[in-house]
Design a protein around this ligand. Structure first.
Ligand code: SF4
Length: 447
């Protein structure tokens, strides 16, 4: 979601004639779009801005700003130790950033050196802000794009700061979203990912159910019909509100990809309750069973927190058992990290870091084993891969994703970027697949 918000801000600046530069030292405007979900992310952003203070001394005309969740949560207090910061813009104000940057540059140019500092802080709520994330600057041959369909979350999981930084649930209309998807597809985009904090609860406050279909199921149906769109993804859903109409979408919508990322967080009902995740481990497992029945071969990934306050060895074992039972294609495992201003941070029985570390390490091994078990049989198969571009780790090879969201690395020419390519898989690890495009004379790559 932050990536999508950053794209929106970049678009709005480019539309006014600003240009991207490769290096912050060459920039006249440096904006850090911040994440607050873990304390480490906050610290990283503050550390980075602190380092940029040196540039501010050498080039006082440069505009510096914090955007996004940390700006929202900390507001003007960020100015105290970082006096060179000019802009602090919250999560409902991304569409105002270009105006604020213009103002800040003008102020700086016109200001005498002995003027008091000026800064713009805007972290207010704004009605309709969910509909302002609707433009992006596409790269040449861009295959895949994010589409923000809603903002905010009403769930209040006890470990999470998002409802405070992103506000209450607010959704865009189906027509607005369709217009954006059509525009993306007309520019060559083949895959869209619908984004929301709890994407399956899209529109529940604004739009009615029709024929027993939730607004989200209606949206999937509508986006699916956009001519030229090849793949439809969404992230992230919540087990709550994941009903039969959404499961049925996997039966009736072939463009809906063979992948579901469904955060479970814990396999212990005691911990789920303490997290304020209002489902049980049994319900989660049954939900996955029904999704797999509706779409055989679908890949399932998840998020898990280990070391939540009060997590006993037995609670952890229940998480481990669930992971073994479900056999995830992959999982993001997080050590619980206290966030200030969240209920879990105040809970007694915080878990020792060494225990969190051991559980994290152990669970990673379980997840890796199932990922490898699932990926090995793919060797020898030919899979449809949407080529996104050069691999970030080794730009001499291309990277793409299967319909099951697995990363595939292969060699090929630039003409494959943005295209659906059949790739014969020759090697598999838990994280990546390696192969060769079919009907291509390129050599097999070494991993
Ligand atoms: S569902 Fe829970 S974890 Fe997800 S954004 Fe909302 S409060 Fe945070």
């Amino acid at each position: 979601m932050n990536e999508r918000d950053s794209e929106q801000v970049a678009y709005s600046l480019i539309a006014r004639g600003y240009e991207r530069v490769e290096n912050e030292l060459e920039a006249d405007v440096v904006l850090l779009n911040t994440c607050s979900v873990r304390d480490m992310a906050d610290q990283k952003a503050i550390g980075k801005m602190g380092m940029l203070g040196r540039v501010a001394k050498e080039r006082p005309e440069v505009v510096f700003g914090f955007l996004g969740c940390m700006a929202q949560a900390r507001g003007a207090s960020l100015l105290k130790n970082l006096p060179h910061v000019d802009l602090i813009v919250g999560t409902q104000k991304f569409h105002r950033v270009a105006d604020y940057v213009d103002d800040a540059l003008t102020q700086k140019r016109n200001r005498a050196m002995d003027d008091p500092r000026f800064s713009i802080v805007d972290v207010e709520e704004e009605r309709g802000s969910q509909s302002t994330i609707n433009d992006q600057q596409l790269a040449p041959r861009q295959a895949s794009a994010f589409v923000s369909i809603m903002q905010g979350c009403n769930m209040h999981c006890t470990f999470c700061i998002v409802p405070q930084t992103r506000g209450a649930e607010r959704s865009r209309s189906i027509n607005e979203i369709l217009a954006e998807v059509r525009a993306l597809v007309s520019h060559g985009v083949k895959e869209v990912t619908l984004l929301g904090q709890i994407v399956n609860l899209y529109g529940r406050h604004e739009f009615p159910k029709i024929d027993n279909k939730s607004p989200f199921a209606q949206l999937l149906d509508a986006v699916h019909e956009v001519p030229g769109l090849q793949r439809l993804r969404f992230t992230s859903p919540h087990p709550i509100g994941f009903r039969e109409d959404l499961i049925a979408a996997y039966r009736r919508l072939p463009k809906l990809v063979d992948h579901l990322h469904l955060p479970v967080q814990s396999g212990s009902n005691t911990i789920l309750k303490a997290m304020h995740r209002t489902y049980t481990a049994e319900k989660y497992v049954d939900l996955i069973r029904r999704v797999r029945e509706a779409r055989p071969g679908i890949s399932i990934t998840t998020d898990i927190i280990v070391g939540f306050p009060g997590e006993t060895a037995d609670d952890y074992k229940q998480t481990r058992d669930l992971v073994n039972k479900v056999q995830f294609d992959n999982a993001f495992i997080f050590r619980y990290s206290p966030r200030r201003d969240t209920p879990a941070a105040e809970m007694a029985e915080q878990i020792d870091e060494s225990i969190k570390e051991a559980r994290n390490h152990d669970l990673l091994e379980v997840v890796d084993a199932s990922a490898i078990r699932i990926n090995q049989p793919l060797i020898g198969q030919t899979l449809e891969v949407l080529c996104e571009g050069p691999s970030k780790t080794n730009p001499s090879r291309l990277m793409g994703r299967t319909r099951t969201n697995k990363i595939v690395l292969f060699q090929g020419g630039e003409e494959l970027i943005g295209e659906l390519v059949d790739v014969r898989i020759e090697r598999a690890t838990g994280f990546s697949l390696y192969g060769t495009p079919v009907h291509s004379s390129v050599a097999t790559i070494a991993a």
